[in-house]
Design a protein around this ligand. Structure first.
Ligand SMILES: Cc1ncc(COP(=O)(O)O)c(C=O)c1O
Length: 435
């Protein structure tokens, strides 16, 4: 055998051995391709609830999660929702087919009427585009995605400081930048209207302004109608684009029209705008993910084009939205009798929360807890920004087993006639004794 041929055979053998060894290594290694990605922090509120669930202390209280509870601390299925479910289940035409890409048509039109008002000129002039979404979160995502594709990418999204924990991540997820505007004044526990207007004025023309339609989360502080007019003036003067997040219509005050006032005011003034609706709180349909994105534009031609693009974006993301929750909402909103019963259920929830505000306030006054507590009465909706410091929150959790977010926000729905004494006394103790 020639030396050349021997070399060839040896090389071939060596290659085979290498391949074998590499293959062995590949199988044997436990090193992941994703080894070095950072560990994401758990979501604060869901983490808080998980810790609460594990806590064995009998008097524990959960004031963290933004979900309605009855006076026994239990989730509440609205009676009208139970009724609608029965009707749907017993309907021989109910099936599990796909909905349209943009969702259930009767749900979408009823959603637009609910937020804009039945006599809205925008609806009459066919200037409204709608798309069913994965609840309020999905509406926010789809809304910002739409703007990132068809509006502008060179302007920031202006977000209140503070805001709902998810807003920033949603904005980032579609590649937009955000900037915060002043909102909450810790000295008055109220709105910093001057700081707010100044930030709107200072932002680049045409910025997207994220506004909480009512019951601001987390502060419970809403602008008055007069302040909304001033906000609209500056947004108009600066050509900003209003983006309304409406997660608490009817739940905030018990009055659906009152809670929609700001949105309708902007529509009346001729703005093009976008609205995200959630039926999690006002229908108690948290896990069913029923929501809607509505865009109001200047004319019917634009509205058709907008809706066609929402359908394309939706198709690539979720193909089509879930049917069950939307069917319940649609049935209730489109039936006058069920609608009236829903309004009663809304009052049950919002009035219980308002009652808890009164009782908490009275107890703190009775205990002569240092500080002023008017804001507990004045703030609106599910949450109250107590003004408690992080150090005080820590003691409430560790010593009293009362769970709340470290910014001092409490969910009023977590309070009941059974735990309010315990909460007020614990709060009194930390205010007096913890720096
Ligand atoms: C301000 C705000 N927007 C949107 C949402 C979205 O909620 P969901 O996706 O459950 O409808 C919430 C829920 O807490 C909220 O507070």
């Amino acid at each position: 055998m020639s030396a050349n041929r021997l070399n060839l055979i040896l090389n071939h053998l060596l290659n085979q051995i290498n391949e074998f060894v590499n293959a062995e290594n590949f199988v044997a290694t436990t090193e992941s391709l994703f080894q070095n990605i950072p560990l994401a922090e758990p979501d604060k509120i869901f983490h808080l609830t998980a810790t609460y669930v594990q806590d064995k202390f009998p008097q524990k209280v959960n004031l963290g999660v933004g979900a309605y509870r009855d006076n026994d601390g239990n989730p509440w299925i609205l009676p009208v929702v139970r009724k609608a479910e029965q009707i749907i289940i017993n309907d021989p035409n109910t099936n599990h087919e796909y909905l349209q890409i943009t969702g259930l048509p009767t749900f979408r039109t009823a959603s637009a009427k609910l937020i804009l008002g039945v006599d809205s000129p925008a609806i009459k002039e066919n200037r409204v585009s709608t798309c069913q979404s994965i609840s309020g979160t999905g509406a926010n995502h789809l809304g910002f995605l739409f703007l990132s594709r068809f509006y502008r990418k060179d302007v920031p999204v202006l977000i209140s400081n503070p805001t709902w924990v998810n807003h920033k991540d949603i904005v980032r997820s579609v590649g937009l930048e955000f900037r915060e505007y002043a909102y909450y004044n810790p000295k008055t526990n109220g709105l910093d209207i001057d700081g707010f207007l100044e930030a709107l004025n200072d932002a680049p023309n045409g910025s997207i302004v994220l506004l909480h339609a009512c019951a601001h989360n987390p502060t419970g502080v809403d602008p008055s109608q007069e302040q909304w007019c001033k906000i609209a003036d500056v947004i108009g003067a600066k050509n900003h684009f209003p983006f309304f997040d409406c997660a608490y219509q009817g739940f905030a005050s018990g009055d659906l029209d009152k809670d929609a006032w700001a949105v309708r005011h902007f529509v009346q003034r001729g703005f093009e705008l976008l609205i995200c609706q959630s039926y999690s709180k006002n229908f108690g349909l948290y896990g069913q993910r029923a929501g809607c994105l509505t865009v109001v534009s200047k004319n019917a031609d634009a509205a058709i084009k907008i809706e066609s693009q929402l359908a394309r974006l939706q198709r690539a993301e979720i193909s089509n939205p879930p049917a069950y929750g939307a069917r319940i909402v649609s049935l209730v909103l489109n039936d006058p009798q069920l609608h009236a019963e829903w309004v009663e259920d809304l009052r049950t929830m919002s009035y219980r929360i308002i009652e808890m505000r009164k009782q908490l306030y009275d107890k703190l006054i009775e205990l002569r807890t240092p500080g002023t507590w008017n804001h507990i009465l004045e703030q609106i909706g599910m949450f109250s920004y107590t003004g408690l410091r992080t150090s005080q929150v820590k003691v409430l959790i560790q010593k009293y087993h009362i769970y709340l977010t470290d910014n001092g926000r409490i969910s009023m729905a977590g309070l009941s006639t059974k735990n309010i004494d315990y909460f007020a006394k614990s709060l009194d103790d930390v205010v007096r004794n913890v720096e």
